[in-house]
Design a protein around this ligand. Structure first.
Ligand code: SAH
Length: 227
């Protein structure tokens, strides 16, 4: 992530490998890979991903790749961001969303452009601060950032229409299901570290029941848990 004391309109607009033309090429690739939610594609064409990666990586920001963001963490690959966002939205718009694992805050910015209000929780203080400041400087006023262990969700603002987790637990944390509204959706990579994780869509069907659908296999950093 870059130093964010001063972000100008020109920084956001980008130039050369960070320009709108380069971003549009990424959107074409995402379509070719099967992303077809027009709203997701529209928002992803607008979010300046080059400001969410290390400055040295900025010219590669519109490659469909994940990059290190320090602290052993990564910014997710755009295809995975698009896929998870598409699964989270399902067929309709969402008002109230929680993300666990702010990281670079790129996924939060994408969601922030699509939902009414969202909360994002990060456990590493420095990433939390950088994400908070960057989102603020970029003008997002519907995203609330929090520092803490998100494997317990974020009870204070629950229940949510949807929850997205961008780090992988071995098993779905029950607290997250409890913080979903009935009918609410949870998108989460599940599986042990160093083994194959699977992207799951969990739908809370009643007070005590939920359904699980499996999607593609993915690679995420582990969801740390203080329990
Ligand atoms: N959504 C991020 C991807 C971040 S990688 C992006 O768009 O860049 C996963 C992040 O989850 C890391 O920053 C890691 O520190 C964070 N994380 C891991 N376990 C966590 C937990 N229990 N609570 C909150 N954040 C957690």
């Amino acid at each position: 992530m870059r130093a964010i004391n001063s972000i100008t309109e020109q920084d956001i607009k980008g130039v050369g490998m960070t320009s709108q033309r380069t971003r549009d090429r990424l959107i074409t690739r995402l379509k070719e890979k099967g992303i077809n939610n027009a709203e997701v594609l529209r928002v992803m064409s607008l979010v300046p991903r080059h400001l969410f990666v290390d400055e040295a990586m900025a010219t590669r920001a519109y490659e469909d790749a994940s990059f290190p963001i320090g602290h052993g963490q990564t910014i997710s690959q755009p295809y995975i961001v698009a896929r998870m966002t598409e699964l989270l939205l399902g067929s309709g718009p969402l008002d109230y969303v929680l993300e666990v694992g702010t990281g670079s805050a790129y996924q939060a910015a994408v969601l922030g452009g699509l939902v009414k209000e969202m909360h994002t929780v990060e456990v590493i203080p420095e990433l939390y601060r950088q994400g908070r400041d960057l989102l603020y400087k970029l003008g997002y006023r519907n995203i609330r950032t929090h520092l803490g262990d998100g494997s317990w969700g974020w009870q204070e603002s629950a229940p949510y229409d949807a929850i997205m987790v961008t780090a992988a637990p071995d098993e779905i944390p029950n607290a997250l299901i409890q913080q979903l509204k009935i009918g609410g959706r949870l998108v989460i990579p599940v599986g042990a570290q160093n083994s194959e994780q699977v992207l799951q869509l969990v739908t809370r069907t009643s007070d005590t029941k939920y359904s699980v659908e499996n999607f593609e296999s993915v690679v995420f950093v582990p969801l740390v848990s203080s329990s």
